[in-house]
Design a protein around this ligand. Structure first.
Ligand code: ZN
Ligand code: ZN
Length: 413
């Protein structure tokens, strides 16, 4: 489910509508581009229904919005589920436990220094809420025997605040203007809240290449914009733009699209996986390792873009097993680079699940997962060429196939 955010342009003040995952704001009125940068999760408010009244008396109740793909590695299978929920993060009677469809039904606003009112502190940790949501969605005891591993991949966390006001007797929902609970019943709850915390402020960054001053390119939700003038790629982080290592498998005249992958070099000592040869043997692949694979550090190839869980695993597995067919060169700009919208940190979360998905013999891998630790992980960004084959995109070197409809869907995950 996609949420629309109303945001004013930092240059001309015009109202711009963004998707909640957008990191790049392009103003349709003045044309200026800015990256959005924040120290933590994005924070939003639901628009209230109050007329021209003084809003300084409003209090805001925090809801945690979680989106994640949950994977379970079980004795017989790997199961997955998409979690998308908005749960109350402040324990108090009378407030709705979840915002349900409300954030989708209206344009939400970004919380800024100019938002009057006070903000109730979270009294429930995001992790606790995530676990509760997993239980509610009947994911806690999936069918299929012993649970060897659970992973949350592609998490996105944000806060949505519900505005509340009070009359003499009641706490009132200011979005619907309905009384929620009698004030008498909640005298023991800390309703004072705190003012806007400057750390919550989203900053706007220039989209000029820090190296050569050219305009960086990237779509709204792109986490790694590129410079077509000096062939650099930049990772947006809490500290600003940082130049990153990147590579590409050159395409040919049939290439229609380049898709990004995180190539995560990693050791898994509990399974004695250090080299690509170790991986081929341990996961019982029906191929004979080449002598030079002994010197090739094992790497897991995780899509750097969001997709539905099933196809995410299929593609990771296909490219990881066939990685020896890929020949990378230094990154350089080519047409049709698909935006990176799955962060590097999430790729690391996927390693054990991808390892399980690669196993030709489950019993040699699955039971070892609870003890397995990932060591010496080191990731770089890699673009692979894909060829248009009607309904699918096909990667010629590795044979990975991605349905075109899946890519469209993934942009809204
Ligand atoms: Zn503007
Ligand atoms: Zn540049």
């Amino acid at each position: 489910m996609d949420i629309q955010v109303e945001q004013s342009c930092p240059q001309c003040g015009a109202p711009v509508t963004l998707s909640e995952d957008d990191r790049l704001l392009t103003c349709p009125f003045c044309g200026i581009k800015n990256f959005l940068q924040s120290k933590g999760a994005f924070r939003y408010i639901l628009p209230d229904k109050l007329d021209d009244t003084d809003r300084s008396q409003l209090i805001y109740a925090p809801y945690i919005r979680l989106k994640s793909n949950i994977f379970h590695v079980l004795e017989d299978t790997i199961s997955y589920k998409i979690l998308d929920t908005t749960q109350l993060g402040f324990v108090i009677p009378g407030l709705p436990p979840t915002l349900g469809m409300r954030p989708q039904a209206m344009k939400i606003k970004r919380l800024t220094l100019n938002t009057p009112g006070r903000f109730l502190r979270l009294s429930v940790k995001a992790k606790v809420i995530l676990e509760k949501a997993v239980k509610l969605s009947r994911l806690a005891q999936p069918k299929g025997g012993t649970l060897f591993h659970r992973a949350y991949i592609g998490d996105s966390i944000s806060f949505i605040y519900l505005p509340l006001n009070q009359d003499e007797t009641h706490l009132i929902d200011s979005v619907t203007d309905t009384p929620l609970v009698e004030l008498e019943e909640i005298t023991s709850y800390p309703l004072k809240g705190t003012p806007f915390n400057p750390r919550w402020q989203v900053r706007f960054l220039s989209t000029l290449c820090p190296r050569c001053g050219w305009n960086l390119e990237g779509e709204g939700d792109c986490l790694v914009p590129t410079c077509s003038n000096c062939d650099t790629a930049w990772e947006t982080s809490a500290h600003g733009l940082q130049q990153m290592e990147w590579y590409i498998q050159p395409g040919d005249r049939y290439t229609g699209l380049y898709l990004p992958f995180w190539k995560v070099k990693a050791h898994v000592p509990a399974l004695e996986i250090f080299s690509f040869t170790d991986f081929i043997k341990r996961t019982n692949q029906p191929i004979i390792p080449k002598p030079q694979w002994q010197d090739r550090v094992m790497s897991f190839w995780i899509p750097a873009f969001k997709m539905r869980p099933k196809i995410f695993l299929q593609v990771s597995r296909g490219v990881t097993i066939s990685q020896w067919r890929v020949n990378l060169v230094e990154g350089h700009i080519v047409p049709n680079l698909y935006p990176v919208n799955l962060p590097r940190s999430e790729a690391r979360q996927a390693i054990k699940v991808v390892l399980a998905a690669c196993a030709a013999s489950r019993k040699n891998i699955f039971p070892y997962l609870p003890e397995a630790r990932i060591k010496n992980a080191d990731s770089s960004l890699v673009y692979l060429p894909f060829v248009d084959q009607g309904h699918d995109w096909v990667q010629p070197e590795t044979g990975a196939v991605i349905s075109k409809s899946v890519l469209r869907f993934g942009r809204n995950l």
